[in-house]
Design a protein around this ligand. Structure first.
Ligand SMILES: [Zn+2]
Length: 209
């Protein structure tokens, strides 16, 4: 699994999401930051099973089990919408927020799939088989080798690069504030067409009888 850095880095996409909903433009700064915090929680929520693994000894409560399934993502989605809807002052529909919650939770599963390790029970409760991509994209966190600083350094550097790329993409996706086109001086506009006579401020010619 990647470290929380890579997971939470995807919260950069929350900014262009809010920017593309005109009804959410009037939200106060604390509400926006509370929404970013909620998104960040959704991005790391599957790893709460670390706590369950400490409490329960049954293998089903181990890390990477049912909390890392698409079924859990489906259950999480309405819960996310239930909290986010009043937080955003009903400016974004519940269904949209539920889809955001599902996408945030599922993105965690996707990143874990592409990280070396034991895999995750993506299809629980249909099967308890653990899935993992044969082609890893992340180096992964090495919690069991706490003092292997060189491994942690590789994890940190690769994930910071990933977060930087996410941040750049989110910045690119953010709509630009509308700016009216600059009006150039009349003299400059006419200088581009020197052969055309300027008609502005010209008095209409009067015919002599
Ligand atoms: Zn995980």
């Amino acid at each position: 699994m990647p470290s929380p850095i890579a997971h939470v880095g995807l919260a950069f996409f929350a900014r262009p999401f809010l920017a593309r909903h005109p009804a959410a433009h009037a939200l106060s700064r604390p509400r926006r930051w509370a929404f970013y915090a909620l998104i960040s929680f959704a991005l790391i929520a599957p790893d709460l099973d670390f706590a369950l693994a400490f409490i329960f000894t049954h293998p089903l409560h181990d890390h990477g089990t049912y909390m890392h399934s698409l079924f859990a993502a489906i259950l999480f989605a309405p819960l996310f919408a239930f909290i986010a809807y009043p937080l955003l002052q009903r400016s974004i529909p519940r269904l949209t927020l539920a889809l955001v919650g599902f996408a945030a939770y599922s993105s965690h599963l996707l990143l874990d799939l592409f990280t070396p390790g034991r895999g995750i029970m993506l299809a629980w409760p249909v099967t308890t088989e653990r899935f993992a991509s044969p082609v890893p994209l992340f180096f992964g966190a090495h919690h069991s080798q706490l003092w292997a600083f060189h491994l942690h350094l590789i994890t940190l550097l690769t994930e910071l690069i990933f977060v930087a790329l996410v941040g750049l993409t989110a910045h690119y996706l953010s709509p630009r504030p509308h700016q009216p086109p600059k009006q150039r001086p009349t003299s400059q506009r006419n200088s581009e067409f020197p052969s055309l006579p300027s008609t502005r401020n010209q008095k209409p010619k009067t015919r002599n009888p």
